[in-house]
Design a protein around this ligand. Sequence first.
Ligand code: IMP
Length: 202
Amino acid sequence: MELLIATHNPGKYREYARLLSGLPVRCISPAAAETLLHVDESGASFRENASLKAVANAVASNRLTLADDSGLEVDALQGRPGVHSARYGGPGLTDTERWQLLLSEMKRVPWAERTARFRCVIALATPSGQVRVADGCCEGLIAFQAAGDNGFGYDPIFWLPELGCTMAQLDEETKNQISHRARAASLARPLIDRLARAAGSS
Ligand code: IMP
């Protein structure tokens, strides 16, 4: 059975195809399925946004569909940027300008209060509108200054205390073992397995 990975981002598609290998589903991209609705991320939570995207695409494509939503929650900023991570500071900013803004807001926050986490919610939807969700997070601290050139988004300022470096200083393979997306995907695996087997036997 096919699993539509509803994302505009080819890197994310490849990553999910790898994280979900070995399941009784064949991952297909929106291009291969000739469908990808643009769904407004108007929800108040990662869960709501991921579910909105998964259901709309499952109904439109008539396929079991995976969609996700992710972002950075900073405790000293009461959970901001959260669901607004991609748009933090306004629509015209680059990734670098966004994390620079975040660092300037955190200037006076001491180390012990700089706790933060990347969060990812994966929603799986069937064409009949059934939804299951899996939540993954990766805990860390907001560094005082950026370091590293790998990754994207807020990676250069996200400090991993157990590894002693920022997320942007990790190679792709290591990041993909500990990331919020990898953790959500490992919880999503048994859900996909069950949904695929139920669809196969009906
Ligand atoms: P999306 O869920 O892919 O739309 O991600 C929303 C935003 O959250 C991105 O634009 C990034 O700013 C941030 N984000 C999500 N995942 C990561 C990550 O692994 N590293 C750094 N930033 C991330």
